[in-house]
Write a protein that binds this ligand. Sequence first.
Ligand SMILES: [Zn+2]
Length: 334
Amino acid sequence: MNSKFSGTFPSYRPRRLRQFPALRRLVRETRLSAEQLVLPLFVRSGKKIRKPIDAMPGVFQLSIDQLIREAAIAFEAGVPAVLLFGIPDKKDAKASGAYAANGIVQQAVRSLKKELPDLLVITDVCLCEYMEHGHCGVVQRGRRGAKILNDPTLKLLARTAASHAEAGADIVAPSDMMDGRVRAIREELDKRGFADTPIMSYAAKFASAFYGPFREAAESTPKFGDRRSYQMDAANANEALREVALDIQEGADIVMIKPALAYLDLIYRVKTKFGYPTAAYNVSAEYSMVKAAAKNGWIDERAVQLETLLAMRRAGADILITYAAVDVARWLRE
Ligand SMILES: [Zn+2]
């Protein structure tokens, strides 16, 4: 900032505008609103099932009847959107549950759109929950170990996304980090009559220790190896910008940075450089750390959670995906 545009003491006293709550609110630069929140939900088969996730207090694997209940509570609280993850009964080497017309996510989408037509339903598009090995792509085992094949995976991802759109998903969100998947999904959606279905791509998704509690929730821990051959290295920011540029060129409508808290610099750079609708995924460990510290009486849960999300907004995020969405929406209403 040019110093010409900043006053000097004593004519300029920044504290003047901090004297009363109404004055502070008047000059507040960034606001949090329930309209920006997305609640991730985990759906599995069965009836009346609410299986708690140990490492994520307040988060459950839900059967469809319970999913609808939970989504209705969120919608009522002011949360406009949910992001669905499916836990199938059976896993195989082709992830067939991911694109089955009657797969768990496809059934859940149809039920949600029927019961809560105004709720935005976003679906996570990936194969890891449906693959017997837990990786996000097709695996080829060779002499030098297992390889995650890129191009054969694209067809399965495109098929999965189209099956979600067919079930009625409002937005599809590919999270696999294969190269070229946004283009493959866009082409398949267009071909099948879903040119109006937006893609929210997990554009810069990092191989992160902050996903630990999520893997228990989604039952998607890889059986061997790790995801570092497709998810990004935490050290790389320029590469993240190239990933986002690629996804935009391939047809992404919304780009996402995941995780969020330790990657605020990227939220800022992506928003500044591309000006696209930008989502921040406030991931499982970010949520669990706040819950654990609050349970111990070490922090004020509400104040820390709101400040964390506000920081993501200040960095440039338009959309906040958070497990705390319902509490946050209620706090904002009070
Ligand atoms: Zn995956």
